[in-house]
Each structure stands twice: as structure tokens, then as C-alpha cells.
Ligand binder design. Structure first.
Ligand code: NDP
Length: 294
């Protein structure tokens, strides 16, 4: 069997188009541009690149972006007082604190300062808590995990009653995606670095989400024939045949798994583009919340 290759770029493009139209409608109604504030602390090149891409996408979709860059030595109070200032700024609808923060900072305390209505990354402890509770709804859902679910739904994958396996339990991807799958009535197994017999567990999955940050860890003989495989991993490997000497791969051995799975997301071009598209969707929603429109 050769898997259907899921075009995350195309799905993300459709969402971006819809968000652009939503922004245009707001502007036509005389409302201000939705605004996203990004807070970058320190000099991590990957974080700086993510922030630049988010700002560029805001501009493409007609939104305002406000970039704040603090030094790696910024104190807890400096970061938190910036967040409070952004909470009070009516031009700012969404606040994104780029993670990870430098290790001397208390991440949870910073995230707790973000006003719930501006928590477009969905990482405020109250939003995450609501995600975990039956009958409660968060105001915002984290973008990468939601990206996985949107892809599965667009592909028409039946989640109710499905055996879903999530590799990884991070606050950013693994745990929230597992919570979302439970909300979709899947039966969810969460694996991590202490799990025993990963291949055996993964082989039972109708739906597999891989978010471990280990290049090509999931092999073809781990996967149940016909399973749907969502690869969140972003890993750089050396490749002398590539112009840059390295290239990006996922947590799944794509070449092997595509011969077994029913459908699979590629890396790049799978989950990655969804993350920013859904951040933009959340920012538009935050602007509508601020305008009393939702
Ligand atoms: P973390 O490092 O925070 O978490 C990794 C998780 O994988 C942990 O729960 C860890 O277990 C588990 N793990 C690590 N090694 C193994 C192993 N050998 N066997 C089983 N479990 C293991 O990573 P993130 O969740 O932040 O990111 C995961 C991947 O997704 C990365 O490649 C990252 O770059 C990518 N990513 C992609 C995004 C996108 O937009 N597409 C956005 C965010 C992340 P334990 O808890 O026991 O340590």
C-alpha cells in the first residue's frame, strides 16, 4: 500500500484565505486591524525565525503585528510587566510569548499573566485546564495540536472510537493533542521516554501522532497497515547531497511508513504550515472577542 500524502500546505492555505477574508470583513465594518504582539526573549535563532514568520504572515493577512524583543538576561518582572502592558493595550488582540523562555524565567508565571482573551497560543493554565475538563471549553486551543486535529477532520478520519497513540507528552504538543483527541471521543494512549515497547503500542494505532523530536524514529514495521500518521517532528539531519549540507525530517521514517500507512503528513509541508495558519485564526477570533462579535 502507498499512503495518501496529506497536503498540509494546501489545508493551511485555505485557512489563511478564510482568515484574510475575515480580516477584510472587519475592516469593511470600520473595525480596527486585528493586532498580534510577539514577545521574544533572548537570541535563539529558531525562535527569532518563528517570530519573523508570524509577523510576516500577519502583514500578508492584513493584520498588525507588534514585535518586542527582550535580552536573554531579562528579569521575570521585566517580561511580566511587558505582558501586563500588552494586556492593557487595545491595539493588541493577541499576545504570543515565544517559547521556550530562557531557563532562569518561570514560564508558567509569565503565561499566567496573559489575559485569557488575548491568549492566542492557548497556553494559559486556565485555557489548558479547561481543555482537560469535560463540559468546559477553552477560549483558545494551542495551534500545533489543533493543526493535527484540523488535518484529521479535513481528511474525514473517524476519530470517535478510534485507537489514537500520541508519542510525546510535552505541554506544547503531546499533552494538548492527546486532550483534543479525547474530546473527539478517541481512545488515547500517550507515550513518552519511559514507555515500554513503543513499536507494540504504536502498532495498535488507527491514528498516530508523533511529537518526540527524534529524527525518523517511527519505522515502517511499527505502523498498522492503513493507519493515519501525523508527523509533528521537526529535526535537522546532515545530508551532504543537499545544498545546505542538512535537511529537515520528521519523527517518522517517511520513506518506510508511506508504504504501510493509509495517509501520512510529510515534513516539511504537513503540520508545520498549520501552526501559523491557526495562530492567525486565533488572532482574528481574539479581535472579534474584543469587538463583542463572538
Ligand atoms: P519536547 O522535547 O518538549 O517533548 C518531547 C516528548 O517526546 C517528551 O514527552 C519526551 O518524553 C518524548 N520522547 C523523547 N524521546 C523519546 C523516545 N525515544 N521515546 C519516546 N518518547 C520520547 O518536544 P516538543 O513536544 O516541543 O516537540 C516535539 C517535536 O515537534 C519536535 O521535533 C519539535 O521541533 C516539533 N514541533 C513542531 C511544531 C510544528 O509547528 N510543526 C511545533 C512544536 C514542536 P519525556 O516527557 O519522558 O521526556
Amino acid at each position: 500500500m502507498t499512503a495518501q500524502i496529506i497536503d498540509g500546505k494546501a489545508i493551511a492555505e485555505q485557512i489563511r484565505r478564510e482568515v484574510g477574508e475575515g480580516v477584510a470583513e472587519l475592516l469593511a465594518a470600520g473595525k480596527p486591524k486585528p493586532g498580534l504582539a510577539t514577545v521574544l526573549v533572548g537570541e535563539r535563532p529558531d525562535s527569532a525565525q518563528y517570530v519573523r514568520t508570524k509577523q510576516k504572515t500577519c502583514a500578508e493577512l492584513g493584520m498588525e503585528s507588534f514585535g518586542y524583543h527582550l535580552e536573554a538576561t531579562a528579569t521575570q518582572e521585566e517580561v511580566e510587566s511587558l505582558v501586563r502592558q500588552l494586556n492593557a493595550d487595545p491595539a493588541v488582540n493577541g499576545i504570543l510569548v515565544q517559547l521556550p523562555l530562557p531557563s532562569h524565567l518561570d514560564e508558567e508565571s509569565v503565561l499566567r499573566q496573559i489575559s485569557l482573551e488575548k491568549d492566542v497560543d492557548g497556553f494559559h493554565p486556565i485555557n489548558i485546564g479547561r481543555l482537560a475538563q469535560k463540559g468546559r471549553d477553552p477560549l483558545f486551543v494551542p495551534c500545533t495540536p489543533m493543526g493535527c486535529i484540523v488535518i484529521l477532520k479535513k481528511m474525514g478520519v473517524k476519530l470517535e472510537g478510534a485507537n489514537a497513540v500520541v508519542l510525546g507528552r510535552s505541554n506544547i504538543v503531546g499533552m494538548p493533542v492527546a486532550l483534543l483527541l479525547v474530546r473527539e471521543n478517541a481512545t488515547v494512549t500517550i507515550c513518552h521516554s519511559r514507555s515500554q515497547d513503543l513499536p507494540g503500542i504504536v502498532r495498535r494505532a488507527d491514528v498516530l501522532i508523533a511529537a518526540v523530536g527524534r529524527a525518523r524514529m517511527v519505522k515502517g514495521d511499527w505502523v498498522k497497515p492503513g493507519a493515519v500518521v501525523i508527523d509533528v517532528g521537526i529535526n535537522q539531519i546532515e545530508d551532504p547531497t543537499h545544498p545546505k549540507g542538512r535537511r529537515m525530517v520528521g519523527d517518522v521514517d517517511f520513506d518506510q511508513v508511506k508504504e504501510v500507512a493509509g495517509a501520512i503528513t510529510p515534513v516539511p509541508g504537513g503540520v508545520g504550515p498549520m501552526t501559523i495558519a491557526l495562530l492567525m485564526q486565533n488572532t482574528l477570533r481574539a479581535a472579534k472577542i474584543a469587538q463583542g462579535l463572538v
